[in-house]
Design a protein around this ligand. Structure first.
Ligand code: HEM
Length: 504
């Protein structure tokens, strides 16, 4: 089928903040959570900030690609500065209509008001943010080095107070060092799978190059679905405008209030990770899961919890051993569905990546004899729950003392500063956490809770492992996995367009 790509929307990349679609280029990140003390000082201050746009990020990325092609691998300075506001912040800035729009219910409630939906710990107990430390917004600062970020702070934000704001809390994140560059603290490659975005930049180039733009405009890299930009930024077609209508956002993600055009919600969560405890538990689970016919190593057990090997290679494509030719960066890391694993013998149903993006998994439990139409509907439903993830690790590398004792040192707190951009907090982030990750029977009854991020009141959660060697669905082991990730605080923000900031 051929489709006129020129019918695609042109993205206003010169006003969309850079972290939303292409993602600020970063090795280091600083999040400064602030309160607006004096709006009359704050408004001119924020209007004068050189907020990094999507167009600028695309230029930075193109320059990095040019230098790589020329064999230059050194760090290119990539300073980035974005801003986002809570409901209280936008209210303090006098934005109209926020109280009337029904689509803003979750944003108004804030993350602390959604603990029941998310099975989060009580907000009053959160160590960061939450009701005891309310904030109006966050400055997102990124760079190739911490020194670069410090420069941006010195040049544009300091001294705190002169711009009518005060600092409430800060979080610093870093991409982990070689050889685990880009891996999260449990050791698995992160940021491997992202939705691609259709649409053109003002220069005429597609934002995400399609592998075959004429014959297959819905796909980017192998296995990567290209979604319409309204899923991630307000004011554009969302879902497939010609496909089934399953999104609450309708065919175009209309901004709930006019100033939200070209902006997106930013979901932030500080998630601590107990790494030595996770490593010990993985070893113990491997022993429990092993039988003579189905030996399970600790490495395989870990991959079963995540759904990928540490290299990023998909478990379903390589179910017994890691395979570097399928690893992150191979181009094949997303070239899979779960079609050949309907009974979960290769990759557990509850593995983190299968839970958080079940790909083609959804129709078959509800619909034992799927037709092309029901498959299309299920696929459209799945795609309406994607998110643009922008997390980064925080905290030091594991110490030898911690590894040897199997216990996290509280002085060495580490984890993930989870962040994602969406146009529906309820349908995207909250849905994935609540209806998929925390749901022990999602897609397949008794499949278990996501062993990485699932939250429940029980100290351990059921998890049905895989049985790749015997390939007998009946042999899949029943396991109980403890929680090694703790939600420590978070908030819902809105990242307006640069134009909307200038018009405050
Ligand atoms: C993928 C780890 C929190 C949603 C992944 C991957 C890893 C990972 C290793 C596979 C690599 C990739 O595709 O990028 C973690 C850890 C977390 C965490 C250690 C907490 C400490 C979350 C949260 C959510 C989430 C809170 C959302 C509610 C996703 C999604 C994917 C993913 C949507 C992509 C799945 C795919 O497209 O195949 N995560 N994650 N993660 N994670 Fe998480």
């Amino acid at each position: 089928m051929s489709r006129d790509l020129h019918a695609e929307p042109t993205l206003d990349t010169r006003v969309i903040q850079g972290d939303i679609l292409p993602g600020l280029v970063k090795r280091e990140e600083l999040l400064l959570f602030f309160r607006i003390e004096d709006p009359t000082l704050f408004v001119p201050f924020v209007q004068g900030l050189p907020l990094t746009t999507a167009a600028e990020v695309l230029e930075q990325r193109a320059e990095i690609a040019r230098r790589r092609a020329a064999g230059i691998e050194d760090l290119l300075p990539t300073p980035g500065l974005n801003v986002a506001f809570t409901y209280a912040g936008l209210t303090a800035l006098g934005v109209d209509g926020l109280d009337d729009a029904p689509e803003l219910a979750e944003f108004r409630a804030g993350m602390a008001g959604r603990t029941d939906v998310l099975s989060d710990p009580p907000a009053a107990d959160w160590p960061v943010l939450g009701p005891t430390a309310p904030v109006d917004g966050v400055f997102v600062l990124t760079g190739a080095t911490r020194a670069e970020i410090d420069d941006t702070v010195a040049l544009h934000l300091a001294p705190v107070g002169s711009g009518g704001w005060s600092l409430v809390h800060e979080e610093a994140g870093s991409v982990r060092p070689e050889p685990v560059h880009g891996h999260e603290h449990f050791g698995y490659a992160d940021g491997v799978s992202q939705p691609g975005v259709r649409g053109r930049t003002p220069g005429g180039d597609p934002l995400t190059a399609s592998a075959d733009p004429v014959n297959d405009p819905d796909h980017g890299g192998p296995g990567q679905r290209l979604l319409w930009p309204g899923e991630f930024v307000f004011g554009y077609p969302g879902q497939n405008p010609a496909g089934p209508k399953v999104s609450t956002r309708g065919p175009v993600s209309r901004p709930p209030v006019p100033m939200m055009r070209n902006g997106a919600f930013l979901v932030f969560r500080r998630l601590s990770q107990r790494v030595p405890e996770f490593d010990l538990a993985v070893k113990a689970l491997a022993v429990t899961a092993s039988t003579a016919d189905n030996p399970v190593s600790a490495t395989l057990m870990g991959a079963q919890l995540v759904g990928r090997w540490k290299s990023g290679a998909p478990l379903v494509m390589s179910p017994t051993a890691d395979n570097p030719t399928l690893a992150e960066g191979s181009g094949q890391e997303n070239a899979f569905t779960f079609a050949k694993d309907r009974d979960g013998t290769l990759c557990p149903y509850a593995a983190h990546v299968r839970k958080t993006y079940p790909r083609d998994d959804t129709p078959f439990d509800e619909d034992p004899e799927p037709t092309a139409e029901t498959v299309e509907l299920a696929e459209a439903r799945t795609q309406s729950h994607r998110m643009m993830r922008r997390g980064i690790s925080f905290g030091p590398e594991l110490t030898h003392a911690e590894a040897l004792s199997g216990t996290s040192d509280p002085a060495q707190a580490r984890g993930l500063l989870f962040a994602c951009y969406v146009t529906s907090i309820a349908d995207q982030f909250e849905f994935v956490q609540q209806s998929w990750a925390d749901n022990p029977s999602f897609a397949h009854p008794g499949s278990g809770v996501d062993p990485v991020i699932g939250q429940s009141a029980d100290p351990t959660t059921p998890f049905r492992g895989a049985a790749p060697v015997t390939l007998d669905p009946g042999d899949r082991p029943e396991l109980a996995v403890s929680h090694f990730v703790t939600m420590e605080g978070g908030e819902y923000f809105f990242a307006p367009s640069v134009r909307a900031v200038r018009a405050l």
